[in-house]
Design a protein around this ligand. Sequence first.
Ligand code: SAM
Length: 295
Amino acid sequence: MMKSSQIRDGWFTELSEKNFPGQGLSLKVEEVLYHSKSEFQDVLVFKSSTYGNVLVLDGIIQATERDEFAYQEMIAHIPLYAHKKPRNVLVIGGGDGGVLREVVKHSCVESATLVEIDEMVIKLAKKYLPRMASSFDHPKIQVKLCDGFQFLRDTALRGQRYDVIITDSSDPEGPAEAFFQKEYFELLHNALNDDGIVIAQASENVWLNIKYIQDLMCTVRSVFPRSQYCYTTVPTYTSGQLGLVVCSKSSSTDLIYPIRKPTDEEQSKLLYYNTRIHSASFVLPTWAKLTIDGE
Ligand code: SAM
């Protein structure tokens, strides 16, 4: 939950004693645009002096207008370009709409379903983050307002399968807690077609808590035949990086060298993702690779 002390003397500071003890990331606040509690979480939107409007849930920055594309493009296009023909895509979380905006850039995608627990995030994104929320009315998009974990359980009962599933959730405190546990990855595995790929934000990066990433990779490797850790650089996430975990149901899927490449027209609409950064995002510093992979 956000504490009132997180905005002091005109600066917002992101703090988490659990995830990044002893450090904080501060942005100068020009104006608080919205602050309230939804049914699920504390929701704050403020205008910063250098990063545009900022969405904060339970005191943790989710997206800023200036650097959001670094996150949305990588979490969407890494699995989508690694898949030979993604038709049905599921996004869990992602109420700001940024990932959906990227998913529908792929003309082969026939349907994209967003499962967001908190309708207030969608409403606020439409009002204060319009470039992120620009695709909610796209004909290929459906929005379900419910818990993503429960949606996946029901998906198993319905026998529905997806080509790519993207977990664009908040951190593992509050409503997204279940998304970082083994049962969730088992549900994802069941909800994928045989050549399907999942990607999830790993909530941490190698600087903040490498042991956590090591444990998360052990968990996903006990469920999927192929899993890799990669990251994107986002200045407004504490310490400037966010890890992503990518897994495929088939052991023959190459996650690192994408099977499809953006056409010139597709590339012209991308600000961060390209084929080289796709592969480069899997390259880790020596110590981090040794710790995570035990090699
Ligand atoms: N880019 C972001 C990050 O990692 O900082 C994530 C952004 S997106 C706003 C995260 C969304 O996940 C939030 O809108 C939140 O309401 C949603 N969420 C959290 N728990 C959820 C759940 N159990 N089911 C569906 N959506 C959930």
